[in-house]
Design a protein. Structure first.
Length: 557
């Protein structure tokens, strides 16, 4: 008993010292000096009275890599494209889908789908949105000439011939998508996929305007050339300053769109964004600095919006680069991270510790108990030390590596905390932290030019495969370069299984393989968290954070 108390005492001292160094907080958290709250109480607002100025100003996280739906890979870009482009179906707040360009759809076997498009769906230049637009766009997505980072997506959805086309084995014209007439789209899959429609919420399945793309090439996304089919149309793009768009009067549901203008500010620093939010310059904040969360919950409780998220924050190892081609090294570093501290103390926004790639909020998934997830943190650290020593790393031969993360206050704090845990728990490690701006970071990861990289995977749809397909050998975003034929085979079997219970068994087995190989180190399960002013009406987050500006409005205040 005394030994346990002593161990707890040392760990508490370490936790307190770590949190104090990082955030100026004690182990139980809390602000040192609260600032004044100048916001209008929500109770004082009448949600039915619209403000004269229907302009929403929101933080956008960072400068987007592109506004071409077939050239993007991140959450920042998807958020913009949800307003500028519209997919066949769009997300609903309950995690399901609702009609988008398609007003209805039907299937009898989950392998052939018929989508009936709206006759009043138009592009911003007045052209009708037709089934041919989706045929052209989906072919462009999988065409190797496009070099889309999401070329794998339609293959993951089992669209006929998508895999072969993306590998250059067949021409794009052989893709299983066909315009039966201008308003009827037929999609043929290679096998039944019961959750196929839910996959079509993703921005990569957006249509693009063929004539515009062919006329302007890579320049088609410039403001003067941009043609979209969403609820808003692009009017201004000042790099690293703002992206603005206004209500699209030609949008099929324009009569129900209340906002007249949306201004997006690419602010990478959550602290800088918070200052502008509290100064009244921003209505909707993209992120919240973790060191301010306790104060903000206390002072602006209703403005802090927290929702469970289908997403996992993890560190990915370069499985092709020594020493991370050794599972013992990967396991040692993964075991030495105290996830309770990371989720509840370093973050403290509602995140939960994660020992699996798939978060528990995903439909149809129960996390299987694995040997490492069932151990105490003290036992994990002891095992980590043994594994590192077994791999040959000692005081005379320390493990040296770098950790890559994109420029962001929160990511830096996580990196500093984890590197401190490694040094404290493993001792014989030499860690270098390297931060890069978003676009550079994306390129570095895509080229697998790193030792360990900060990563997060947000589900593209609400089903376990949205997470697990990430680590397939040929997964388009498998930047860890992990490969295990048994893992691939399980995911292949699951994609053909119609029984949800049996699919769940395959998914659990896949997670057990990941626990043994440890190609990545899961750290915590995300929550969706934004700051939203009381005068913003209509905000509703689904488990994938698919909010739409067309659903929001500004209340008189």
């Amino acid at each position: 008993m005394r030994r346990n108390q002593s161990s707890y005492s040392r760990r508490s001292w370490y936790l307190g010292a770590l949190l104090t160094a990082l955030f100026g907080l004690t182990a139980c958290g809390g602000p040192s000096e609260p600032s004044a709250d100048t916001s209008t109480p929500a109770a004082a607002l009448d949600p039915t009275k619209l403000a004269a100025d229907q302009t929403l100003v929101r933080g956008n996280g960072s400068e987007p890599e592109s506004l071409d739906p077939h050239k993007i890979s991140g959450k920042v870009e998807s958020g913009l494209l949800r307003d500028l482009m519209e997919t066949l179906v769009i997300a609903a707040a309950d995690g399901g889908v609702r009609p988008g360009v398609a007003e209805s759809w039907d299937t009898t076997d989950n392998q052939t789908y018929i989508f009936n498009l709206r006759k009043n769906a138009k592009w911003t230049n007045g052209d009708p949105v037709s089934a041919d637009d989706f045929v052209y766009s989906w072919r462009r997505l999988v065409d190797p000439a496009t070099a889309s980072k999401y070329a794998w997506y339609l293959a993951a959805a089992k669209v006929k011939n998508a895999q072969d086309i993306s590998e250059g084995k067949q021409p794009p014209e052989n893709l299983g998508v066909e315009a039966l007439d201008p308003q009827t789209l037929k999609v043929s899959l290679e096998a039944p996929v019961p959750y196929f429609v839910s996959m079509l919420v993703h921005a990569s399945t957006s249509p693009v305007h063929q004539a515009t793309v062919e006329e302007f090439g890579d320049q088609w996304t410039r403001v003067e050339n941009f043609v979209g089919n969403g609820a808003f149309k692009l009017t201004e793009w000042v790099v690293n300053e703002r992206i603005e768009y206004v209500k699209n009067e030609l949008y099929w549901d324009a009569a129900n769109v209340k906002l007249e203008r949306v201004r997006n500010l690419p602010i990478a620093s959550p602290n800088a964004e918070l200052k502008r939010y509290e100064a009244g310059e921003i209505d909707f904040a993209y992120d919240i600095p973790i060191e301010h969360i306790h104060r903000l919950k206390k002072e602006r409780g209703d403005e802090v919006k927290t929702t469970p998220y289908i997403g996992t924050y993890y560190y990915e190892f370069n499985n092709t680069r020594p020493p991370f081609d050794d599972a013992r090294v990967r396991k040692a570093l993964a075991y030495a991270i105290d996830r309770e501290i990371m989720a509840h103390k370093v973050m403290g926004r509602g995140e939960e510790p994660s020992f699996h790639l798939t978060p528990g909020v995903v439909k149809g998934f129960d996390a299987p108990p694995t040997p490492w997830s069932q151990k105490s943190q003290q036992e994990r650290v002891a095992k980590a030390k043994a594994l590192l020593a077994e791999a040959g790393y000692t005081a005379n031969n320390p493990l040296k590596f770098s950790v890559l993360y994109n420029t962001n206050d929160n990511h830096k704090k996580v990196a500093v905390a984890i590197s401190a845990m490694w040094k404290q728990n493993l001792q014989h490690v030499d860690v270098t932290l390297e931060n890069q701006e978003w676009k550079t970071y994306l390129s570095t990861r895509a080229n697998t030019d790193f030792d360990i990289a900060r990563a997060g995977w947000i589900g593209d749809y609400n089903e376990p495969s949205t997470m697990l397909k990430l680590l397939l050998t040929d997964g388009g975003s498998n930047y860890a370069k992990y490969s295990n034929p048994s893992y691939d085979a399980l995911l292949a079997k699951s994609s053909k299984e119609m029984d949800m219970g049996k699919r769940a068994e395959y998914y659990a087995q896949a997670e057990e393989i990941l626990a043994e190989d440890m190609p990545i180190a899961p750290i915590y399960q995300y929550v969706i968290q934004h700051m939203v002013k009381p005068h913003v009406g209509g905000y509703a987050a689904d488990p994938l954070d698919n909010y739409y500006s067309k659903d929001m409005w500004i209340i008189e205040h």
